[in-house]
Design a protein. Sequence first.
Length: 378
Amino acid sequence: MQKSYDYIILGAGCAGLSLLMRMIDSGQFADKRILLIDKEPKTKNDRTWCFWEKEKGFFEKIVYRKWDGLVFRSDNYSSLLDIAPYKYKMIQGIDFYNYCFSEINKQENVDVIYDEIKSFDASVIQLANQSIKTGDAIVFNSLYQTAEKKMDKFYLLQHFKGWIIETKKNSFNPGVATLMDFRVHQDYGTTFVYTLPLNERAALVEYTLFTESLLNDQQYEEELKIYVKEFLKIDAFKVIDEEFGVIPMTNEQYSFYANGVYNTGTAGGQTKPSTGYTFQFIQKQVKAIVDALINKRNLSSLRFSPKRFQFYDSTLLHLLAKGELSGKEIFTRMFKKNKAEQVFKFLDNETSLSEEIKIMSTLQIGTFFKAGVKEFLK
């Protein structure tokens, strides 16, 4: 006979595990049956999450590296940004998975099933080897499914290839990371590199693009070689690890609640369309969900960011997708004309309307206004 559950979480990625960890940490769900489903155990260091944060966060124990200083570079502008009170942080995927499952495995009220999820709705979850009736369970889904493209929406991809390189001599300042370096050619579209020093002789170097289509692997590799040699001025190095990822950048609206299921993470619209940053938006979302569950508030009425930020993101995507402004032009102006603290606050969807007007007044006002009108009238 199938067990009954109070909560079912589909996907053991950042969103699913963050939600479950906050439920466990609260101590308010020990008498509830929880089921977590994912295709297979998490045994690979398959991604890196980076984000800025003021205070110690929920996952502070597994922050792999943090930086007090960030450099922004473009052709005619370079600056060591004063990011206080923020710190820029990195969490490695494998550390995140191991940390979460070390806690999950201690919970007698949590079951984990490893099986491929074929389909699901509010009534039944169809796995490759069994079907699970949801009963009265609240179902949370974090499995992102590509939407059918609509004519009035924009669909860019943030794609990146990263190397962790090791050098024989001291080559990096461990206290300062490069957030964006736009000095690389822009032939493919908006392109930049970020460099995150791990110590004086090792760093993650990530070649990143905002475009409609991917490159072939040889192109990423060649551009990374050029960057390390020409911009970092490093001739002798060894690649000790690498990563590749694709993040959707779209103004397609992903509903938090649809067909009786609550969507979290990228599946629930928590990837910021204009930057691709996701980790902190997930943390805000799952904290709000857990708080609502504890206080018995209506989940479907939750809102995670003011709606006007969707409009801002759509306007920026319009400019990038139509080629009316490049990411290089937009972000260079943004960081050059504003304090980094205000830019980070704005990109976190946490600014006031007056702060947003001040930032927008420093950008390419005419071009942004025309694009904004078109997006508003859709």
